[in-house]
Design a protein around this ligand. Structure first.
Ligand code: FE
Length: 179
């Protein structure tokens, strides 16, 4: 199946699932893409923002934290699905967006305090803030900067009432960045 149809199918099937915040998964993804675009990000990072949590739709990863108290590593599942179809500039920020949170919590206590309740819960399951050594290793990686920016749009995409473009409006963007 075409990857973009496959992605839209996943949103159709799982997009109504709660994000553990005031929004569902579909709204969260669309809002993250909205904030990336509003910030003037290149299409690659807007696409990354839209797709960053696609791994939540695979293997019931989205339910793992709440139901079983485990981290299903949704960033890795999502990146693995997308890696065959999208360039590293899209996939790497997705793969690194959880690490970006652990990094920001390590270097900025105010960032940690500003996280939503669900995000703080998942942080614990994800290993907590990085040690100074881990933070150093993280920031040296290619696309670490984009991952930190993606993280900002991820954190913003939790508004209860925000009018944003629908999923179909992003098809052309995804087509333009795919391999
Ligand atoms: Fe997210």
């Amino acid at each position: 199946m075409d990857i973009i149809d496959e992605i839209f199918g996943l949103f159709a099937q799982y997009g109504d699932l709660g994000y553990g915040e005031d929004v569902n998964q579909r709204e969260h993804a669309l809002q993250a893409a909205h904030f990336a675009r509003e910030a003037g990000e290149p299409d690659m990072l807007v696409a990354a923002a839209l797709l960053h949590d696609v791994g939540q739709f695979l293997n019931e990863a989205g339910d793992a934290a709440e139901r079983e108290g485990r981290d299903a590593r949704h960033e890795m599942g999502g990146a693995a699905l997308l890696a065959r179809h999208f360039p590293e500039a899209v996939v790497a920020p997705i793969r690194l967006h959880v690490a970006a949170k652990r990094y920001l919590c390590a270097i900025d206590p105010a960032y940690h305090d500003g996280l939503s309740t669900a995000s703080r819960l998942s942080l614990r399951l994800q290993g907590g803030p990085f040690t100074p050594e881990e933070a150093e290793a993280f920031i040296r990686q290619p696309h670490a900067g984009e991952a930190l920016r993606l993280r900002r749009y991820d954190d913003l995409g939790k508004r209860r009432d925000l009018a944003v473009l629908g999923l179909e409006a992003h098809r052309a963007l995804l087509e333009s960045v795919r391999l």
